[in-house]
Every structure is written in C-alpha cells, then in structure tokens.
Write a protein that binds this ligand. Structure first.
Ligand SMILES: [Zn+2]
Ligand SMILES: [Zn+2]
Length: 355
C-alpha cells in the first residue's frame, strides 16, 4: 500500500468515525415514579423498576419525595437488558404544592421549607438541583392549580416542566377557571421563555390498574440522545432533543433543511394504544385517525394536516414553532378519545435560557 492509499484509508476511517460519533438513538423513559418509601404508593423500588424494564423503557427515575434513592441501592431485574438504566433523582417537594424532579443529581437535595413566595420556592429547587449537578423539571403545575405563569416566568435556569402528568388528580386540561398546561406552555413561550414540555407517569400504584389510580405507562418521553447514560439523556432533554407522549409514537420529529418534519410511527402507535394503562382525553366526536398541527406564538395553529406525515418551514414562524400530533379514536360514550405526542419548540428568535 502506497502513502496515498494509506492517507485515503485514514481519511475514510476518520469520516466513518465522525459519522458514528454523531449518531443518535431514541430512548424511552419516565422521569417521575414513586415507591412504598413515600408512604402512599404500593410497590418497592425493585418492583417499580421491573415494571418499566419489562415494558420496554430505557430509563427511569425513582423520584421520591425529598428522598434520594441511589440507583446502586436498587436490586436490578434478574434478566436485566443492557439498554435499561436508572437515572438518579428525587421529587423535591416544597411548601405551596411546588414539586420538581431533580434529574441526574449526585446526592439528596432538601428544599428550603421556610420560603413562602412560589417564585422563590421554584428558584430554590432549581438552585439546589444545580448544586447537586442535576437539571430541574417543574412538576404538575395544574395539581391543585398550584402554579401559574407569573410564578414561573421570573425563575432563572428552569427549562423543563410537566406538560402532561398521568396522575388522575392532575388536571392537565384545566377547567372553566384555569387554563390547560398546554395553554400555559404557549403563554410562557410567547413571552420569551425557553421551556420544554415533559410527559410523565407520576405513578404510585402498580397493583391496581384503573382510572382512579396513578398507574405507570400513561406519559413518557422519547429522548434522541447520543448514548444511554444519565448525563447524555439529561443533557439531550435540557437541549430539547426529545418529544413528550401519552400514546402517539414518532419516527421523525426534528428540523432538517429548514423544515420541522414529523413522521408518525403508525404501527408502534397502534401497538401502544392497546395498552390497558393508557387514558386518552375525551373530546367531541371526531373522525378517527392522525392529525398533525404546527403551533406558534400565542398558541395559534399555523397549519393542520390529517395524516401521519407533515413538515413546516420554520422561516414562516415568528418566535417559535412546535408540532402537536393527535390520534383520535371512537370512545364508548359516543365521543372520541384523543392521544398525543408533543414535539419541542424550535425558536426563530434570539432567545436564550435565563441563567
Ligand atoms: Zn408531585
Ligand atoms: Zn410525584
């Protein structure tokens, strides 16, 4: 082999290596689950872990109230897959019903329980999580309607919140006096915040499966990350490289060549929808099938397509654009039941995370 050939091989190897280095994979996870340790759930950490492992998840956070479950303390399933991990975390539970998931922390974090103003309480959660080398997810704003946009907007360093929480006591859709968490999201985004929407179970009950109990398998995230590790998953979510789901699964949900492209994984979605744990949103009778909407500033629907594929040129959006993918099916009540995937917003202005 002459020098030129050797150089060519070296270049080829470098290109291939670069190609491998940038490859990403979808990882399914739940950032919010409880165990008997909290005193109001029915299963030990091992049983909770086994449930997620056996249902094809790739990662789980055992997020106990002000209690840190170190992953090394949990006996993992006997038949452990090599693509399943526990990410260390905790649900910081402060006064005024302010809760947040401290994701990928290295130690127990305890909130300041003397604080009384919600902005300060949330800020305290974010700060102590950061000190423990983790990232914050603000949990269930519509649980007892504890958190409104004025509580969140001034907070520095928060860029994830629970858009969907599977606990039956959490009113994600709001009521006549309160806006939905999705409307809250658009309000925050429209006012310049960089904040991403998470979907989680907040599961407590693994023995009794019915609509009155907070069960597993109702809300999850699909994270597009370079590796399956606590650091890689957390960083990918922090950067908005994921979508939130309560039933709809996607193959593609990203911006390429100036277009925000969405491709539904139809087979996988229909497979998900036979799961007994799932709970759809009851809506007026609507034609069954998929709908893809692109939503921009003010929560305005900029485009809507019936079907499982769509794209939208981001240059047409002002400030931000995010896709919402719905699947409707008939419900025995005579109306329809809706399931969703929510893509993360892509920003067309100069906004940055308020540090
Ligand atoms: Zn909570
Ligand atoms: Zn919880």
């Amino acid at each position: 082999m002459n020098l030129l050939q050797k150089c060519s091989l070296a270049v080829l190897a470098f290109v291939l290596f670069q190609g491998c280095a940038t490859q990403t994979t979808w990882y399914r996870g739940n950032t919010h689950a409880h165990t008997v340790i909290c005193g109001h759930a029915d299963s030990p950490p091992e049983v909770v872990t086994q449930w997620y492992h056996d249902h094809g998840y790739n990662f789980l956070i055992l997020s106990e109230h002000n209690h840190f479950i170190h992953p090394d303390s949990v006996v993992m399933p006997e038949n452990l897959r090599d693509d399943f991990i526990l990410i260390p975390g905790e649900e910081i539970s402060g006064p005024k019903t302010v809760h947040s998931t401290a994701m990928n922390i290295e130690k127990l974090v305890m909130p300041d329980k003397e604080l009384e103003v919600k902005i300060h309480i949330i800020q305290n959660h974010v700060d102590i999580t950061r000190e423990a080398d983790g990232k914050s997810i603000l949990n269930h704003p519509n649980y007892r309607y504890a958190i409104s946009e004025s509580d969140v907007l001034p907070v520095r360093g928060i860029n994830m919140f629970e858009l969907y929480n599977g606990h039956p006591l959490v009113a994600n859709s709001g009521d006549e006096d309160h806006i939905s968490t999705e409307a809250l999201w658009d309000n925050l985004l429209t006012q310049g915040m960089q904040i991403y929407g998470v979907s989680s179970d907040d599961a407590h009950y693994f023995d009794t499966i019915d609509s009155a109990h907070s069960n597993p398998g109702r809300g999850w995230v699909m994270v597009n990350a370079s590796a399956l590790s606590g650091d890689a998953i957390t960083q990918a979510m922090y950067e908005g490289s994921f979508y939130a789901s309560n039933g709809v699964m996607l193959n593609i949900c990203s911006v390429k060549k100036g277009k925000y492209r969405v491709n539904v994984d139809v087979e996988q979605t229909l497979n998900e929808l036979i799961s007994p744990e799932l709970r759809g949103k009851l809506v007026e009778a609507t034609e069954s099938g998929f709908k893809i909407e692109y939503i921009g500033a003010g929560g305005q629907v900029l485009a809507s397509t019936n079907g499982s594929r769509a794209d939208y040129p981001i240059s047409r959006a002002s400030h931000y654009i995010r896709p919402r993918i719905s699947y409707y099916r008939d419900h025995p009540t005579g109306g329809s039941e809706a399931f969703f995937a929510w893509g993360q917003p892509v920003f067309t202005d100069e906004r940055k995370l308020l540090e």
